[in-house]
Ligand binder design. Structure first.
Ligand SMILES: [Cu+2]
Length: 156
């Protein structure tokens, strides 16, 4: 083994030791802390009993709102002024697409919530002003991401 080959060998071995060492460290760390990664301190939040519960399904590429009476709207969310609303937000698979992460943002109401496949993220708010308020998906989710927008209609 000449000098150059020896140096190269040492470098390769040194890099391998660092990479394998940190990989082992990571596996040990994750296995020690994995329970924390799925802990949801807000898994069963309580909401006002008179709240309108609306299930929100983000898909490539639209928002579907399912109301407690079974009706649905697409890219339009209808709520009543002064009445508490609970949004239960998730992401579902479209016709021939994948379930991907979306993010519902209603800027005027300072609302933003991730739509994540297999999870229900919920939040509540009480609309106080009648009107139409723009919302959109703010997590890039594919080709027609920009189509995921509409209006929250607050009516009397
Ligand atoms: Cu989206």
């Amino acid at each position: 083994m000449n000098d150059k080959t020896k140096k190269e060998f040492i470098w390769i071995v040194a890099v391998l030791v660092v990479l394998i060492g940190s990989a082992i460290g990571n596996v040990i760390y994750i296995s020690m802390h994995s329970q924390n990664f799925a802990q949801n301190v807000n898994a069963h939040p309580t909401y006002p009993s008179n709240a309108d519960i609306v299930h929100v399904e983000g898909t490539q590429w639209s928002w579907t709102f399912v109301y407690s009476n079974g009706t649905t709207t697409t890219n339009v969310l209808n709520v009543t002024v002064g009445k508490p609303v609970v949004l239960v937000v998730t992401s579902i698979k479209g016709a021939e697409q994948f379930a991907v992460i979306h993010d519902l943002s209603i800027p005027k109401l300072a609302i933003q919530v991730y739509a994540i496949p297999g999870q229900n993220n919920s939040l509540s708010f009480t609309p106080t002003v009648i009107g139409s308020f723009y919302f959109e998906c703010v997590e890039y989710c594919g080709l027609d991401h920009y189509e995921m927008r509409g209006y929250l209609n607050v009516v009397a």
